[in-house]
Design a protein around this ligand. Structure first.
Ligand code: SF4
Length: 507
């Protein structure tokens, strides 16, 4: 363990984390980021992510997870006792062992998403969770003589001790989808092993888009799919410091800007989601941090574990997002006086859509916990079918929910005058006329609510949210395939039932 620390991240040794108290403060998280070697590129090199207006708002999101872990009211679900060290650690760095652990993980993500839309930290945490189960599987295979699980446990203890929030890098750039990884013109379309030495491996390739990539102290890399034998160089999993030699992190969607108005919504003004394209160029990874190296037959299992646990995380965050949509929709119809039946429209029927989706996704999450299975590794795995169903429902229903919100809000969210005009002595009284509604609802409140709806439904950030709900954690097709495959056994039973009812048993 000491060797690992000295070799791979000497910088972390000097941070201010009290070793008797493994929980990091938001301030120490920021300090750790500021000390990292500059390798983040926006339009040009960013010297300190904490001093960049947009990245700072992404850092605020991760800071909430650190802040909540210090809150006595939230400690029960934000922290856990590590079975590895006996110490209290952040729940994001704890591998769930029981249904109770899954319940608390669910609550943590749900509560964080209520505040931030997207907690962001789930991806790296789910990468740790998947690596725990994946490395155990490989180590059990006696034909391989691999000790990845023991190595990973040491790495996990390090992450727990330093309370690091790693990014999880799973999705490769993928290149031409019609040909295999080995046939790509650009070999770096998939992260792969370039060279092996006695000290470790060298890797190259591109992972993108990576959630919280620009403000992660560590990056955990996993394969995103199965590979054939001749593609074994792509079957690689490892962890590196975010500022390791040879890494460049490009900030994605630079057009998504921080909002600065007094009436701007919390999301945009205080929080933002920032993703990175991470380019690895001959990055050295010491053996202590290599968790899969060419065992191609297990790459798909790593990817599957990640997909299941991350889709379970979606089941926890998305009910909060649908609840926010429901709240905004209910309020705007109250403000506009369009509650109840209005011509052909029924606001209750529309609100039902949001509430139903929230409850259905929550139900899938709860079912994934109920039918979770203990794995030999000691970790518990949420039920894949229900985890996928929850994610599938959220991806399928989100665009419809946005459309209903647009319908209920009318055109005002995208027809707002500059907020400063409301405060202007001369123009204020004129501009406020457009916001006049019932008594008791101030023009400022009405403006703010419309601005929130604009941010959700008609901003760059809202677009990112819509794409993320669709594609984050895998495509709808993969989810469908998983749900279908999980139902194959049942389909045989269904056919028997139908045969019995039709009187064609044995035929
Ligand atoms: Fe977590 Fe949901 Fe954000 Fe994914 S989309 S990182 S599951 S909060």
């Amino acid at each position: 363990m000491t060797k690992l620390k000295n070799k791979v991240n000497a910088k972390s040794e000097s941070d201010d984390v009290n070793t008797s108290q493994t929980l990091k403060t938001p301030e120490n998280y920021r300090k750790a980021l500021s000390k990292m070697k500059a390798n983040i590129v926006k339009e040009k090199l960013v010297l300190d992510p904490c001093k960049d207006k947009e990245l700072d708002k992404g850092i605020n999101v991760i800071s909430v997870s650190y802040e909540y872990a210090q809150d006595p009211q939230k400690k029960d679900f934000m922290t856990a006792k590590s079975p590895l060290t006996g110490k209290t650690v952040h729940r994001y760095n704890h591998i769930p062992q029981s249904k109770e652990d899954l319940e608390k993980r669910y609550e943590m993500i749900n509560v964080l998403a209520k505040e931030t839309f997207c907690a962001q930290r789930c991806v790296g945490s789910d990468a740790l969770y998947a690596l725990f189960m994946g490395t155990f599987l490989v180590e059990q295979d006696k034909t391989l003589n691999a000790s990845y699980h023991k190595r990973f446990i040491e790495y996990l203890k390090y992450v727990q001790e330093k309370d690091i929030a790693p990014a999880g890098a799973v999705t490769d750039a993928k290149g031409d989808r019609s040909v295999s990884p080995a046939e790509q013109i650009e070999k770096d379309s998939y992260v792969h092993i370039v060279k092996k030495t006695d000290q470790g491996i060298y890797v190259s390739g591109v992972k993108s888009p990576i959630t919280m990539g620009p403000y992660a102290e560590e990056i955990c890399v996993l394969p995103g799919r199965q590979f054939a034998e001749h593609e074994k160089d792509f079957a690689v999993a490892f962890a590196v410091p975010g500022d390791a030699e040879g890494i460049t992190r490009f900030v994605l969607s630079p057009e998504i800007k921080a909002l600065e108005g007094e009436y701007s919504a919390c999301h945009g003004k205080k929080y933002l989601n920032k993703e990175a394209m991470i380019v690895f160029e001959n990055v050295f990874v010491p053996w202590e941090r290599v968790f899969l190296c060419g065992e191609h037959q297990y790459a798909g299992r790593y990817a599957d574990f990640f997909a299941t646990v991350h889709r379970f995380s979606y089941c926890a965050c998305k009910p909060s997002v649908f609840d926010l949509l429901a709240g905004a929709a209910a309020l705007i119809s109250e403000y506009n006086g369009t509650e109840g039946k209005y011509l052909f429209s029924d606001s209750k029927g529309k609100l039902f859509e949001f509430l139903k989706n929230s409850d259905m996704i929550k139900g899938m999450g709860q079912s994934a916990i109920k039918f979770a299975k203990q794995t030999e590794s000691g970790a518990i795995l949420p039920d894949p079918k229900y985890a996928n169903l929850g994610k599938f429902i959220s991806g399928e229903q989100f665009p419809k929910a946005i459309s209903i919100l647009q319908d209920m809000a009318g055109n005002l969210p995208v027809s707002l005058p500059h907020e400063n005009l409301l405060k202007d002595k001369e123009y204020g009284p004129k501009v406020k006329k457009v916001f006049a509604r019932k008594e008791g609802i101030t023009p400022e409140a009405h403006y703010r609510l419309n601005e929130l709806i604009r941010t959700i439904a008609a901003s760059d950030e809202g677009g990112l949210l819509q794409f993320g709900t669709r594609h984050g954690g895998g495509t709808v097709e993969v989810e469908k395939a998983t749900i279908y495959t999980q139902n194959l056994k049942k389909l045989q039973v269904c056919k028997k039932m139908a045969k019995k009812q039709a009187g064609i048993e044995g035929k």
